[in-house]
Design a protein around this ligand. Structure first.
Ligand code: PMP
Length: 314
């Protein structure tokens, strides 16, 4: 396994020297959703009011599109209640602040806008996507005078991974990209730019038949999946990477709180990839991914007993 690691990522580097990614890999064409997102019916919230879904347009010369000046949230609504709404809105504002963007609404207005965006679509169980981004007034690195736009859309999204795969436990590739150091990128912001390596990693994983990819961090420790946090189980205890260079997910925090309330010991620590073979269970957590059992990673096949912990629901 160590041999594999060296071949895959190169030597560990505490100083942050990343493994050298390969080049020129052919990527598959992903299966499109049946109805593209810009062609759906209904309404969404855009800059302070509900507008027809198909009219929620943004010009191609938009700073957020060109320079990644864009932050977003992903949250679920269950039985008509948005799960951890205040926490998600708080994170949206924090992410925006980190990128120097002042959202021109109050958190209370955004909370209400989320509720309105779900209500107008009559969605009781689904997914919400608030997004804030810089507008078109300037088209260069400096963007001091751009307007900050905010949109919130809600749609049904029953399962992030295929339900059949989720039931069996998903399989994870190992990404060739690493989560960057906190002084390389604003790693705790849910910022669009940070997803660039996630999409590349996920596409490469899917091309190889995996559902997702596990990413290591700039030091070589296990970090997270491309859009979800990771947990391992051993001897009835849960181990999860310290979120010092990636998102401390709201679902992750819920799962830790639930586990602790049930008397399960949770250990947050740096986890070496070589340790994976010693764990008996693995699962992912995230607003989209919810709690998803992992049956196997590229480095290590897990036993069948993933379901015990996976039934802990956020
Ligand atoms: N890491 C990444 C990269 C994510 O995109 C997400 C989903 N937002 C998470 C972790 C999990 O965060 P949360 O539980 O707050 O959705």
């Amino acid at each position: 396994m160590l041999q594999y690691m060296r071949e895959k990522l190169g030597p560990r580097s505490k100083g942050g020297k990343p493994g050298h990614p390969g080049q020129g890999q052919e990527l598959p064409v992903p299966m499109a959703d049946v109805i593209p997102f810009d062609q759906r019916d209904g309404s969404l919230w855009y800059d302070g009011k509900l507008v027809p879904w198909k009219d929620a347009k943004t010009h191609v010369l938009t700073h957020g599109l060109h320079y990644g000046s864009c932050v977003f949230e992903g949250q679920r609504i269950y039985g008509g209640t948005i799960y951890k709404l205040k926490e998600h809105t708080e994170r949206l504002f924090k992410s925006a602040e980190t990128l120097g963007m002042k959202i021109p609404f109050t958190p209370e207005q955004i909370n209400q806008a989320c509720i309105d965006a779900a209500a107008v679509q009559n969605i009781k169980d689904g997914y919400l996507r608030p997004v804030a981004f810089r507008g078109s007034e300037m088209m260069a690195v400096s963007a001091q005078n751009t307007t900050i736009h905010v949109a919130i859309a809600c749609w049904p999204w029953p399962s992030y991974f295929s339900p059949a795969e989720k039931l069996k436990g998903i399989r994870l590739d190992i990404s060739r990209w690493r989560r960057p150091a906190p002084d390389t990128e604003p790693v705790h912001a849910k910022a669009a730019g940070l997803y660039m390596i996630c999409t590349i990693s996920k596409h490469e994983a899917e091309a190889k038949g995996y559902a997702d990819a596990l990413m290591f961090d700039y030091r070589g420790y296990i970090a997270e999946a491309t859009g979800a946090n990771v947990f391992f189980v051993q001897d009835g205890e849960m181990h999860t990477p310290t979120p010092d260079c990636f998102l401390n997910g709201i679902t992750r925090q819920s799962v830790i709180a639930i586990a602790k309330a049930r008397g399960v010991r949770v250990i947050e620590r740096h986890i070496e990839p070589e340790e994976m073979s010693g764990f008996s269970e693995c699962f992912l957590t995230g607003s989209a991914a919810e709690v998803t059992p992992v049956s196997e990673t590229l480095m290590n096949a897990y036993a069948d007993e993933v379901r015990g912990v996976a039934t802990v629901s956020a």
